[in-house]
Design a protein. Structure first.
Length: 321
């Protein structure tokens, strides 16, 4: 199968030996405010990326296993170490645990399945991606997170994603970084442009649309993707930018939402139902749907709406005593 897939291009802004904080992106989407309801416990997220620094202190206990589909380490399937940094950064945003120091992720009790489908250079064959998706389905994961993309619509990759979604697996993908800051133009990257996936665009920490974020009719929502602090190689930390960084915010959030929604409805919700629960937890920013989809990920949106709809609040709005 011809063609190459790559990580969504990203920029390393800074690196640090040690940090101790809740990253701004995690705070901005209101994740800490819902941790009393859920921290992602019992949810397994497959990260299809460049592997992971499995010895990173902020990821200890969260990594439940993995597999290498690339040519790194002579193709040994049991070695899924990250030699690039991209996959480790994604993992920290999803499920960093920040014990005495470090960073905390959106869903710090979620389980991670590390599927290395991109090599040390951040590129990979479509066959590796497809095999990774199929393996994730076989392992019965709850969520697949893919901060990668390419220009080609590969039918076999699309089919693998459709099979995953048919098994009620949420597939969350980066929209891409080919944007030109014009809402009226469309930029396409795959698998982010497939209708079946949850396509994530980027905003900065002031909730302004990122100039690099792809715009098209398949963008589902936006999340923080600029100056994102997370785990990095050799037990360190780095600040990166890209829709690759926005995507794991949504992947972690879906772990929280799945636990909360299933508990509320007292049953296992389907993939479309869980997507609807995600959409309910977005707020519009005023951009075109091509840029922001349903809006910005805001996990306490329902609570805020409930406050507005309290009887005493409605009476006050109507001006009655």
């Amino acid at each position: 199968m011809a063609g190459q897939m790559r990580v969504i291009p990203f920029q390393v802004v800074t690196q640090a030996e040690q940090v101790h904080e809740t990253p701004q992106g995690v705070a901005l989407i209101q994740a800490p405010q819902v941790w009393e309801q859920s921290r992602g416990e019992g949810v397994t997220i497959a990260i299809l990326d460049t592997g992971c620094d499995t010895d990173h202190p902020d990821l200890q206990g969260r990594i439940q296993g993995g597999r290498n589909f690339t040519g790194d380490d002579e193709g040994n399937p049991d070695i899924y170490e990250d030699y690039n940094g991209h996959g480790t950064h994604v993992a920290g945003t999803i499920a960093g645990i920040a014990n005495d120091s470090g960073v905390v992720g959106v869903a710090p009790e979620a389980n991670l399945l590390i599927l290395k489908v991109l090599d040390h250079q951040g590129s990979g064959q479509y066959e590796w991606i497809i095999n990774g998706i199929n393996y994730a389905v076989e392992q019965k994961v709850d969520i697949i997170s893919m901060s990668l993309g390419g220009p080609e619509d590969v039918p076999a990759m699309h089919e693998a994603i459709q099979k995953a979604v048919a098994q009620n697996i949420l597939v969350i993908c980066a929209a891409g970084n080919e944007g030109d800051s014009q809402e009226s133009t469309d930029e396409y990257g795959y698998p982010g442009y497939y209708n079946e996936v949850i396509s994530v665009g980027s905003v900065n920490l002031s909730r302004q649309s990122s100039e690099f974020s792809n715009t098209n009719t398949e963008v589902d929502l936006v999340a923080p993707g600029e100056d994102i602090l997370s785990t990095y190689l050799d037990g360190k930390y780095a600040t990166l930018s890209g829709t690759s960084m926005a995507t794991p915010h949504v992947s972690g959030a879906m772990a929280l939402i799945k636990v909360i929604a299933n508990r509320s409805f007292e049953r296992e919700l389907t993939e479309p139902e869980l997507y609807a629960q995600l959409v309910r937890r977005t707020i519009p920013l005023g951009y075109s749907p091509r840029a922001e989809g349903n809006g910005f990920l805001y996990l306490t949106a329902l609570e805020k709406l409930a406050e507005v709809l309290k009887p005493e609040a409605v009476v006050k709005m109507l001006g009655r005593s």
